[in-house]
Design a protein around this ligand. Structure first.
Ligand SMILES: [Zn+2]
Length: 595
């Protein structure tokens, strides 16, 4: 034990000596925001070698896709004093600067940002959203070093919102303890509408860009309810301050989690409508929960990050799926949903997984591992070959929660597992392995979960929804059971007034008889489509086994294809409270909902 400690100390002091004297500072300004550019100045001092490599990350943590942020960089130059330094591009994202004897280097480059999303940089003449992994380059092998960031807002802009701590007395200047913190801290620059509120003992700031019909006073009352419901699961809220950056567009959406901030996309007019407003609160519940689940209790592969390559984990079904599941619990516990809403939404999520052909092909663990090439790169066949780790993970969370509450007669739930794994990660300073997560769930439930993991995590077993909801005294019935509902098995795409096939479901009538994604449907039995192809009377009013003549246009050529209608395999699940509910079931129900 002593030896190990000594080894760590030695390593630490070596790396300290090698890198501590290098100082890293950035200055971001805007000469041509209307053309979507930011000017980046990067200053390095304390250099000792004859060259240094600087690198742009290829991905943004939380969004598992290689996005090649270096593609938006231009005009890279480096100088020492007034002398330009020799440069060489050695990799897609790496610039080698030959420093010679210079100890300090001054680097300039421009970043183009014109992609509206929560994980990409967007700059125009009204604001700049700086998604750090696409803006700040890092000196190779110095990810553990601190840096400073100074923002010079464009003329007329007066505010910066970020989770980075500000340096007192210096306008718009911030520090980052290391690059994991810098890359986890986006910055919003402009004239955003900022308001503050307290919740769970933490100061929260909401920065709204783009306007919209939100009611600040209502949000100040409702957001703390969601935040406190989330904090209650973990028993503590580890931040002292938290920043919401909200982008309101005509049709915005999505969110990305960070350690002490989040970026949310919303529609400007969604707040006044009750469903839209609750949709926004659900998004807040999801992204806020990530400050624990994935940012602090994280799969072992997710941090410290490799910013140049894919970071593989089989546990996104916990990191994302359980976060999706808890959205529902927090909305219920915060009082925005009734128990009926809660059960209805979860039954809907189960239906959607059961009705996905890809859920019979890909497991939750495989969906997680292949996020980089499948979830974020869907094609017309994705529904047949993949299942989202969000939706499958949400269902696994539901089943595991009910399994634990049932096994412990209502004494424990998944909440206890989440809290225990969070505290374990906090103590060890490391992420969890799949085996550790399972072991904690087994310890709390008192049962062996190998069969559960084999079926639902690593396998593609059918979801036993009647059994699990039954633990809580809820009956779930399939309204389609025993019915022969004719179907083609296609989704519809509409473009320029024409209706074409978006995708074909595995083993459906369309699949067997050769309709293809991309086929324009000219007519079915002579009738021209005016909406969803699957809902045409020529399909829904027929019988299973009937043959319909589908006239399609493929590659400019018209063709008739006879399709024999099959029976839809899709379930339509409806929940109801069992009238003979037992006390044992009531105890499970109570623990599960937590109200
Ligand atoms: Zn998420």
């Amino acid at each position: 034990m002593k030896k190990i400690t000594l080894g760590i100390l030695l390593l630490w002091s070596l790396s300290f000596r090698a890198g501590a004297q290098v100082k890293i500072g950035y200055e971001i300004s805007f000469k041509e925001p209307q053309a979507h550019y930011a000017e980046v100045e990067m200053n390095l001092s304390g250099l000792t070698k004859e060259y240094i490599d600087v690198k742009m990350p290829v991905w943004a943590p939380g969004s598992y896709l290689v996005r090649e942020f270096a593609k938006n960089v231009e005009g890279f130059t480096a100088s020492a004093g007034n002398k330009a330094l020799k440069l060489e591009k050695t990799k897609k994202n790496t610039w080698r600067i030959y420093t010679g004897t210079a100890k300090s280097v001054h680097i300039n480059y421009r970043v183009y940002g014109n992609e509206v999303s929560v994980r990409t940089t967007f700059i125009d003449n009204t604001h700049a959203f700086l998604s750090s992994t696409g803006v700040f380059m890092y000196p190779d092998k110095m990810l553990s070093l601190p840096s400073t960031v100074k923002i010079i807002p464009y003329t007329g802009w007066s505010k910066v919102s970020t989770g980075l701590p500000a340096i007192a007395g210096q306008a718009f200047t911030y520090t980052a303890k290391n690059f994991d913190i810098l890359y986890d801290s986006p910055l919003e620059v402009g004239n955003q509408d900022i308001f503050e509120f307290m919740a769970a003992g933490v100061k929260h700031e909401m920065a709204m860009y783009g306007g919209g019909n939100y009611d600040k006073e209502r949000l100040k009352v409702d957001l703390p309810k969601v935040i406190e419901a989330a904090t209650a699961v973990y028993g503590e809220n580890p931040n002292t301050s938290y920043t919401f950056i909200v982008h309101n567009f005509s049709g915005g959406g999505g969110g990305l989690e960070h350690l002490n901030s989040t970026v949310l996309g919303a529609s400007k007019d969604q707040y006044a409508d009750e469903d839209g407003y609750k949709g926004f609160l659900s998004l807040v519940a999801h992204e806020y929960h990530h400050l624990w689940n994935v940012k602090r209790m994280r799969p072992v592969a997710l941090g410290p990050f490799d910013y140049e390559n894919e970071n593989y984990t089989t546990d996104l079904w916990i990191a994302e799926g359980f976060t999706a599941y808890y959205e529902n619990k927090f909305m219920l516990r915060a009082g925005f949903w009734t128990p009926d809403n809660f059960v209805g939404v979860l039954v809907g999520s189960v239906s959607s997984v059961v009705n996905t052909p890809g859920a019979k092909v890909q497991s939750a663990a495989e969906a997680s591992f292949d996020a980089w090439i499948k979830q974020y790169r869907p094609n017309e066949n994705s529904n047949n070959t993949t299942v989202s780790y969000y939706s499958k993970g949400e269902v696994v969370g539901l089943l595991l929660d009910l399994e634990i509450a049932h096994a412990t007669k209502g004494a424990h739930s998944l909440d206890d597992v989440m809290k225990a794994v969070y505290l374990q990660c906090k103590t060890t300073g490391k992420g969890y392995t799949d085996a550790e997560f399972k072991a904690t769930a087994e310890k709390i439930s008192g049962i062996n979960l190998t069969d559960f993991w084999t079926k639902y995590v690593n396998g593609t077993a059918p979801v036993e929804y009647a059994k699990y909801f039954g633990f809580a005294g809820i009956k779930v019935q399939d309204q389609n059971e025993g019915k022969a509902i004719p179907y083609l098995g296609v989704s519809t795409k509409k473009a320029e007034g024409l209706f074409s096939i978006g995708s074909v479901s595995r083993n459906s009538a369309a699949w067997t008889d050769g309709l293809n994604a991309g086929d324009i449907v000219v007519s079915i039995d002579g009738a021209v489509p005016t909406g969803a192809i699957e809902r045409m009377p020529e399909i829904v009013n027929r019988k299973v086994g009937d043959v319909v003549k589908v006239k399609i246009k493929r590659d400019g050529v018209e063709k008739d294809i006879n399709v024999t209608l099959k029976s839809s395999p899709n379930v339509s699940l409806v929940p109801s409270l069992d009238p003979n509910v037992t006390d044992a079931q009531r105890a499970v129900l109570k623990k599960w909902m937590g109200i």
